[in-house]
Design a protein around this ligand. Structure first.
Ligand code: SAM
Ligand code: CA
Length: 220
């Protein structure tokens, strides 16, 4: 027994997957196709996807936002769990990466729920606000360029309703957050973001040490 978060050895990680992962076949196929890309580590872990799907169900989400789509795994996970009239506004700048996702969204029959916006995410988020989207969204997932995390967070906080949830990915950044020799812009941005969130009393928070660290922030 331990009340410290366990070190996940490869064997314990495999056990976790063996006894809990219920990954639909199309998500597995998308993960396998993405694995052949040199950027595959950008994709979220499957157990994290399943956790996010559960969160989306728990809060009865219908309207959601994704900042950082890549090959579409997290968007697909969320779209599969949303009701028929659910929506994911999916923000990315890469036609190349997101075209992989589009194929799977079509095959899964959820392409109608995913509104892909190919533009810098800050532009899209500000556009949603201008269009009257403030307070209209239930869930947002932030997983794009790390230096913009504070900007994405501020926009998403405006866009989600009170009681809505923002999930922010990679907040442990492979452990680099505690390595003072790592002073690159991404690591510094994540450290600063984490520090800022601790004293942000507009939200309730929890940093969940799943995969690369996922902070949950619930708008009060
Ligand atoms: N959530 C994805 C998944 O589950 O596979 C992974 C997202 S990946 C870590 C980050 C993505 O952010 C990339 O696809 C990249 O093209 C996108 N990105 C980078 N800068 C961006 C920007 N300024 N606006 C929108 N998307 C951006
Ligand atoms: Ca990520």
């Amino acid at each position: 027994m331990s009340n410290n978060t366990l070190n996940m050895t490869p064997e314990l990680q495999q056990y976790l997957l063996d006894v809990s992962l219920r990954e639909p076949a199309l998500l597995k196929a998308l993960r396998e196709e993405t694995a052949s890309l040199p950027t595959a580590q950008m994709q979220i872990a499957p157990e994290q996807g399943q956790f996010m799907a559960l969160l989306v169900q728990l809060i009865d989400a219908r309207k959601t936002i994704e900042v950082g789509v890549y090959t579409g795994y997290s968007a697909l996970v969320v779209a599969l769990t949303l009701p028929d009239n659910g929506q994911v506004v999916a923000c990315d700048i890469s036609e190349e990466y997101t075209s992989v996702g589009r194929r799977y969204w079509e095959q899964a029959g959820v392409a109608n729920k995913i509104d892909l916006r190919l533009a810098p995410a800050l532009e899209t988020l500000n556009q949603l606000i201008e269009e009257g989207g403030a307070g209209q969204y239930d869930f947002a997932f932030i997983d794009a360029d790390k230096e913009n995390y504070p900007n994405y967070y501020e926009c998403c906080l405006e866009l989600v309703r009170p009681g809505g949830l923002i999930a922010v990915d990679n907040v442990l950044w492979d452990g680099a957050v505690i390595d003072q020799e790592k002073q690159d812009p991404d690591t510094c941005a994540i450290r600063a973001f984490n520090k800022q969130l601790l004293v942000d009393h507009r939200v309730e928070i929890s940093l969940v040490p799943i995969a690369d660290g996922l902070t949950l922030a619930r708008r009060k």
